[in-house]
Design a protein around this ligand. Structure first.
Ligand SMILES: [Fe+2]
Length: 167
């Protein structure tokens, strides 16, 4: 496994979950925190997580859920806490996480916009995925907020976020 690879992921009711999340979404699907962003967070998070031995189901669920409870695109400070509660409410319905996995998912979601770094590879892979897509709002991701592996994707992810060719 290296950073070029997109690791295979575990099956769960992905289409059911995405439909449920989209049906209740209060922000624009075409905005900075909509499904286009989720897809890039997923891609970056899985690449980093695959190399770092992260729990890839948690990483993928983070991508789909972390911005799902935003009320606006800007300063919604509690969107992470609400999204963590939302994620917990869906466990057993669209996916089945053990308590330890759910704790990691909820921690990653609740604190994703706080600027912390984490020693847990799963949690940091979630945050790497999100931060590597900062280029969509004109911000170049900074290595200090990423894992070493995530930092190696900065240039490529920035181009992808800006809609430029990745090569
Ligand atoms: Fe995000």
């Amino acid at each position: 496994m290296n950073l070029e690879d997109i690791p295979s992921t575990q099956d769960f009711d992905r289409s059911g979950l995405l439909k449920h999340v989209l049906d209740q979404l209060k922000i624009s699907r075409d905005g900075d925190h909509g499904p286009g962003h989720w897809a890039r967070v997923r891609l970056h998070g899985l690449k980093v997580g695959g190399v770092r031995g992260a729990d890839l189901l948690v990483v993928e669920l983070f991508a789909f859920l972390h911005d799902s409870q935003r009320l606006n695109e800007y300063s919604d400070r509690l969107h992470g806490a609400r999204a963590a509660d939302f994620a917990a409410s869906l466990n057993g319905q669209y996916f089945d996480l053990k308590a330890e996995q759910l704790d990691k998912l909820c921690h990653a979601i609740q604190h994703h916009s706080g600027g912390d770094v984490h020693t847990c590879a799963t949690i940091q892979s979630c945050w790497d995925g999100d931060r590597l897509d900062l280029g969509r709002v004109g911000i170049k991701p900074h290595k200090d907020y990423l894992s070493e592996e995530g930092a190696r994707l900065i240039a490529r992810a920035y181009k992808m976020s800006r809609g430029l060719s990745a090569d």
